[in-house]
Write a new protein. Structure first.
Length: 159
């Protein structure tokens, strides 16, 4: 666990990286065979950037905030713990896909999904009424850590 965090987990995007690696190899072969050198550099360069950016999803939680980002820090998001209303472990449908996607769930809930692999996720309901999901291979651990942070952030009720 990284210093200063009560929860820190990086999920590798094994399938995305594997598929993109095959795509890069095919692109090299096809574009190279056609002799399109300029396009070759542009297409392969773009594919390598996509693999690099989405190679993993890291989630980190401290007493103040929940942060998550892809790969080396691409698309970094931060949510203040006290703005979270509730969390729930959920399972995404196959058509929700991977990467950064908009989801529509049963009951009309909709929001953004951040995911690199698998279908398990934790859904966050914000006090503003907005929703978002973070895909993870350890949904129970993430949900438990966030619930614990939520309890610790609540002021004492002295009624």
């Amino acid at each position: 666990m990284a210093s200063g965090y009560s929860y820190h987990h990086t999920q590798p995007a094994t399938l995305i990286v594997s598929i993109m690696t095959v795509t890069i190899i095919l692109t090299v072969y096809i574009v190279g065979a056609l002799g399109l050198v300029g396009w070759f550099v542009a297409i392969v360069g773009l594919e390598i950037l996509v693999v690099y950016a989405f190679r993993s999803l890291t989630v980190a939680l401290d007493s103040q905030s929940l942060s998550f980002w892809f790969g080396p820090g691409f698309w970094r998001k931060r949510v203040v713990v006290t703005e979270i209303d509730s969390v729930a472990e959920v399972r995404n449908h196959w058509y929700n896909g991977w990467g950064i996607r908009y989801f529509i769930a049963r009951g009309g809930r909709r929001g953004w999904l951040y995911n690199v692999s698998g279908f398990d996720a934790v859904e966050f309901k914000m006090k503003s009424g907005k929703y978002f999901r973070i895909g993870t291979d350890k949904p129970s651990d993430l949900a438990r850590a966030v619930r614990s942070a939520l309890q610790e952030s609540q002021p004492w009720d002295l009624r």
